[in-house]
Design a protein around this ligand. Structure first.
Ligand code: A3P
Length: 290
């Protein structure tokens, strides 16, 4: 394990934690290495549900939809990070009642062994990588643990080289795209951030069906309302505040914000690299909504 300071394209460093060759946020939690190393052996329950996504693809949003569907508890305010595998001790996770909604940014083979044995339900979320890139830039700037003061134009090289927490998003997307073949035993529902933005109710109904939850249409509308960007920001924005007071996990919540950041040259370089890296793995991303 070591704490690394990795320079971006302009020489500004991002601070990350390296454990067994993988990169993680260098958060100030107690025993971060033990927690990360313990993920594979976490005791898993039959009815544990997993929400999995590369960072900044909508994990908080979908986690909250799942929580509301499974618990019907519209009063409690709890953030998904309290049940995140990479940050929370197994002993603490043990205290949560079933069904637990665990979440992680890890690769398929890094999931706890018990997930495969128990054939736990997995919800996997994808987001177009250009909006994800912009979101990740702000995430790195706002959370003090990264100690990152760089500029957008130099940050992108970190992401493209996989020198960010949780590693290369190309590798991540390919790994998860293959989960149906590598682990056909795992019941997996894949959702796209853009589809949820366009039509959250359809996404909520899909989730309910996958989770064997039968609720009224009225309740699904309530879930839609409670998981709107503004409602979530209002209820949970307090959990991760940037030094400027803004809510780190609830920034804009839009599709197409990347157009405000990518230069033509960056866009071309990105498309080129995407094509090279994702050959044979066709993912139909939408980069804007009509
Ligand atoms: P932006 O930075 O583009 O706004 P994650 O939860 O995986 O960290 O993803 C964070 C991204 O999801 C952020 O994107 C955040 O604003 C967006 N997000 C969070 N809650 C949302 C919601 N209820 N509706 C739409 N987007 C949401």
């Amino acid at each position: 394990m070591s704490v690394l300071k990795i320079p971006d394209g302009g020489g500004d460093n991002i601070t990350l934690l390296e454990v067994d060759g993988c990169l993680y946020p260098n958060s100030n939690i107690e025993d971060p290495v033990d927690i990360i190393k313990g993920v594979r052996d976490l005791p898993i329950r039959d009815d544990d549900v997993f929400v999995c996504a590369y960072p900044k693809c909508g994990t908080h949003w979908v986690w909250e939809m799942v929580r509301l569907l499974l618990s019907s508890d519209t009063d409690t305010v709890i953030e998904k990070d309290e049940l995140m595998l990479e940050f929370i001790k197994g002993k603490v996770l043990e205290k949560f009642p079933s069904p637990r909604i665990l979440n992680t940014h890890c690769f398929v083979e890094q999931l706890p062994r018990g997930v495969f044995e128990k054939k736990c339900k997995i919800i996997y979320i994808l987001r177009n990588p250009k909006d994800m890139a912009v979101s990740l830039f702000h995430h790195h700037k706002k959370l003090i643990c990264y100690e990152y003061k760089g500029k957008w134009e130099n940050h992108l090289s970190l992401l493209m080289d996989g020198k960010v927490d949780f590693g290369s998003f190309f590798d991540y997307m390919k790994d998860w795209a293959a989960v149906g073949k590598t682990h056909p035993e795992l019941p997996t529902l894949t959702l796209m951030y853009e589809d949820l933005k366009e039509d959250p109710l359809t996404g909520i109904r899909k989730l309910a069906k996958f989770l064997n939850v039968e609720k009224s249409e009225e309740f699904y509308h309530k879930v839609k309302d409670l998981t709107s960007f503004n409602k979530m920001k209002e209820a949970k924005g307090k959990f991760f505040k940037a030094p400027d007071g803004s809510a780190v996990m609830y920034r804009k919540g839009e599709v197409g914000d990347w157009k405000n950041y990518f230069t033509v040259a960056q866009n071309e370089a990105f498309d080129r690299l995407y094509k090279e890296n994702m050959a044979g793995c066709d993912i139909n991303f939408r980069y804007s909504l009509k």
